[in-house]
Design a binder for this molecule. Structure first.
Ligand SMILES: *[C@@H]1O[C@H](CO)[C@@H](O)[C@H](O)[C@H]1NC(C)=O
Ligand SMILES: *[C@@H]1O[C@H](CO)[C@@H](O)[C@H](O)[C@H]1NC(C)=O
Ligand SMILES: *[C@@H]1O[C@H](CO)[C@@H](O)[C@H](O)[C@H]1NC(C)=O
Ligand SMILES: *[C@@H]1O[C@H](CO)[C@@H](O)[C@H](O)[C@H]1NC(C)=O
Ligand SMILES: *[C@@H]1O[C@H](CO)[C@@H](O)[C@H](O)[C@H]1NC(C)=O
Length: 374
């Protein structure tokens, strides 16, 4: 529905010319052209495309008459080096996508250009939609996409070989909707405790939804793929629920805790996912702290990593964990390690009974593990 609406608006905005009464400005960037226009001058029409994103933003800033103006940035195929193709800490409502619908050839390559150490797209108080873009080869001191106090929607994007300090996507007090995207071989600095491939920080006001994505071979200190934390001091009733669904987590590694997920104080629904070969010394798949997590219809496969067998699958502290209708192939050692947590597992497909350690728990209808000393 949302995408259809955007498409209709884009269409209207194209036929009505660059600026129109309903508040959308369409600006086209073609990095393969070298058009002439004055600095801050008009560009972005089909006949006179902007040469880079900076010029597009300069022009948009100059002409956008009010804060409700929405930018529709259309990108021609090409390798965007980041010398003049970043968006710097902007307050903006924008959609960013290839001009050719479905193209996979709009590539941001961090190994080319001079600004690759900083955040590529940084937004504040913004509503942003990014569709169909490839991000590769960054070495960032921060992140690639950052949203603070906004809403961000990422669809059909790929992130590959990104090394960063704060994660490829950094969301602070923002809502994130991340769909149909693939994250492969990204790493975060091992000194950075609060970061991973997707870093999510909120004060109980925001949620993220991840659906139909793949996370392959990403590495972090805590949370090989996703790190999510509530930073508020006071608790609230019914904080927003985040969701991870229909997603594959394969071969992610945390050298600290939570091979795939590190979740701190965020209520999370985990449904219809597959976890294979993730690894960490503490919680080879998930590390859960102060949280509610409901896992349903998911599969947990050990893979070949030795560390998987040396660690517990899920490590929970002061949490409530429900696991329902899921498959575990693990065949020995302790599956769930708790500190002061309540664990209920039901209706699962187990190769062997799940063993928990130090939990207040009911495992497959049997009161288990209560009071087992550490
Ligand atoms: C973005 O749009 C929302 C309404 O959807 C509006 O409240 C906000 O002020 C807009 N922000 C900018 C920077 O245009
Ligand atoms: C970056 O791209 C521009 C064209 O948009 C080109 O002129 C410039 O040489 C490129 N720089 C690098 C370092 O690749
Ligand atoms: C979590 O699962 C439990 C047990 O199945 C259920 O009672 C509870 O309503 C679920 N919570 C949410 C937020 O879905
Ligand atoms: C599983 O992960 C380990 C490293 O953690 C790696 O060495 C191994 O090749 C992976 N196995 C598969 C089948 O991908
Ligand atoms: C149970 O899990 C095994 C793998 O461990 C799988 O082969 C089998 O199909 C599963 N059974 C059901 C009913 O899901």
């Amino acid at each position: 529905m949302y995408r259809l609406l955007i498409k209709i608006l884009v269409f209207i905005s194209i036929i009505c010319g660059a600026v129109n009464s309903i508040g959308i400005t369409t600006v086209i960037v073609d990095i393969n052209k070298n058009n002439y226009y004055p600095k801050y001058g008009k560009c972005g029409t089909p006949d006179l495309t902007c040469n880079n994103i900076q010029d597009a933003i300069y022009y948009f800033n100059r002409i956008s008459p009010n804060t409700y103006q929405q930018l529709n940035l259309l990108l021609n195929d090409g390798v965007y080096n980041n010398t003049n193709n970043f968006i710097d800490n902007k307050k903006l409502n924008a959609t960013i996508s290839p001009i050719t619908f479905g193209s996979v050839n709009v590539v941001f390559d961090g190994s080319k250009g001079t600004k690759s150490q900083d955040t590529l797209f940084s937004f504040t108080d913004s509503t942003i939609s990014i569709t169909g873009i490839q991000f590769v080869n960054f070495q960032s001191k921060s992140s690639i996409i950052k949203s603070e106090s906004g809403d961000i929607y990422i669809d059909q994007c790929n992130f590959k070989y990104i090394s960063s300090k704060d994660g490829s996507i950094y969301l602070k007090n923002s809502n994130g909707l991340i769909l149909n995207s693939i994250f492969t071989s990204n790493v975060v600095q091992q000194t950075s405790d609060s970061a991973s491939v997707i870093s999510f920080f909120t004060n109980y006001k925001n949620k993220f939804t991840i659906s139909k994505c793949q996370f392959n071979d990403n590495i972090a200190l805590n949370g090989g793929a996703i790190y999510a934390k509530n930073t508020a001091i006071l608790t609230v009733d019914n904080p927003p629920l985040s969701t991870i669904q229909n997603t594959l987590f394969n071969g992610n590694v945390a050298t600290g805790m939570g091979g795939a997920l590190y979740i701190d104080n965020i209520p999370l629904i985990v449904t219809s996912n597959v976890f294979t070969n993730n690894t960490s010394p503490r919680g080879s798949i998930i590390n859960l702290n102060n949280a509610l997590m409901n896992i349903t219809s998911s599969s947990f496969f050990s893979g070949t990593s030795l560390n998987y067998f040396l660690s517990t699958i899920i490590y929970t502290t002061k949490s409530i964990l429900n696991i329902d209708k899921s498959t575990f192939d693990r065949s020995f050692s302790v599956a769930i390690n708790c500190d002061s947590s309540t664990v209920v597992t039901q209706n699962n497909n187990l190769s062997l009974r799940l063993i928990c350690y130090n939990c207040v728990s009911i495992i497959e209808g049997v009161q288990d593990c209560k009071g087992v000393p550490k």
